[in-house]
Design a protein around this ligand. Structure first.
Ligand SMILES: [Mn+2]
Length: 370
């Protein structure tokens, strides 16, 4: 092909204005088209998440609802199980006026389409009512408990290389040309931010592209209110307790919170400890109700889920993760202090062995020189 160099023209010529060319309609990807076709064939959608939904699951759910409404023209409801615990997550629901129902309070006969976002059928922290056939699965986790694959679900979109489920959902909005409301854009963007640590961890091209698409539509004031909510006194008490229990072994930071307020507290302490100099891996656990929850965070290059599985070896636990983030729980039959201590010791031994760290080199946080 011959290239002809043309003289540079000014962008606009006042004597002869040329209208801006309309962007060519983008070809919708096959996955988005399949989601659209499925929703168009149904009347009413129910979106479900994992128990105690986090921002990524809420963002993904709200985004999917908007896709169903604006692209496919079908109404939907969002159903949750468990509670919304973390102060930021409560602020997200409040600030964005998210509407949701308790799953067990809904008449499921009113729905002919069921979606799970940010989780999959079979995952330990996910409840699918008996008799419900899940039609849509959108997720980014890997988990040994997965009970379905692409062949079992009408629309199965699981991408382990993506940092947030909210990014996958926002990608579908973008492909379908749906302009998200400020509510959905803010919810999706906050979901991406929390799962990717502000686009710094486990980020794929899609996470970046999705965030850029949402960015001009985010309600910045509300996002700021969500990010920095007031925190209850119990939070600071739990934090004080947590810091007194941090132990470090050559790059492995362990923290046992004992009995604590919520699984979210365990995750939050794990996030915070990964920021400590010299830490390559954080393994943090705490007892909530009859279950012992664990959060693992790792430096780049160390797979969090593999490490958590190694920690859970020999236990009847359930866990999942993606990249440098993993979480799981073990149900304790006798939830007394002794059983808890024993479990913590077993997990610790497994993790240290997996990391090749020697148990003899433990140091408490207070005893380490800066
Ligand atoms: Mn997620």
């Amino acid at each position: 092909m011959r290239c002809v160099s043309l003289p540079r023209m000014p962008a606009t010529n006042p004597m002869n204005p040329t209208p801006l060319a309309k962007p060519a309609p983008r070809a919708m990807g096959a996955r988005t088209q399949a989601l659209l076709d499925l929703l168009r064939s149904r009347k009413r959608l129910l979106v479900m998440t994992h128990n105690n939904p986090d921002p990524d699951s809420l963002g993904g759910a709200v985004g999917l609802q908007e896709f169903a409404h604006k692209a496919a023209g079908i109404p939907s409801k969002l159903a949750i199980t468990g509670k919304i615990l973390r102060a930021e997550n409560k602020a997200m629901v409040r600030e964005l006026a998210l509407e949701m129902d308790k799953l067990d309070a809904l008449d499921l006969a009113g729905f002919d389409c069921f979606a799970l976002v940010d989780t999959q059928p079979g995952f330990g922290h996910t409840f699918v009512p008996a008799g419900v056939k899940v039609d849509i699965v959108i997720d980014h986790h890997v988990c040994a408990d997965a009970r379905v694959g692409p062949a079992d679900v009408a629309f199965y979109d699981v991408r382990n290389d993506v940092g947030a489920t909210s990014s996958i959902v926002a990608g579908h909005l973008l492909e379908a040309g749906v302009v998200p409301s400020a509510q959905a854009a803010t919810a999706l963007a906050y979901g991406i931010r929390t799962d990717t640590a502000d686009l710094s961890r486990d980020v794929s091209d899609l996470d970046q592209k999705a965030f850029d698409y949402l960015s001009p539509r985010i309600d910045r004031k509300r996002l700021a209110a969500i990010t920095n909510p007031r925190l209850p006194v119990a939070y600071f008490k739990a934090l004080k307790e947590a810091l007194s229990k941090v132990r470090m072994y050559d790059g492995v930071t362990l923290c046992s919170l004992g009995r604590t307020t919520s699984a979210e507290m365990v995750a939050e302490v794990a996030d915070m400890l990964l920021r400590m100099e010299g830490t390559r891996v954080v393994f943090c656990g705490g007892m909530v109700g009859g279950s012992y929850y664990v959060s693992v965070r790792t430096e780049l290059g160390i797979d969090a889920w593999s490490l958590l599985r190694a920690g859970f070896e020999g236990e009847k636990g359930s866990c999942g993760g993606h990249g440098s983030v993993a979480g799981g729980s073990v149900a304790l039959e006798a939830a007394d202090a002794r059983a808890l201590r024993r479990l913590e010791r077993r997990l610790e031994r497994n993790v240290l062995r997996a990391m090749g760290a020697s148990g003899g080199n433990a140091a408490m946080l207070g005893d380490i020189d800066d």
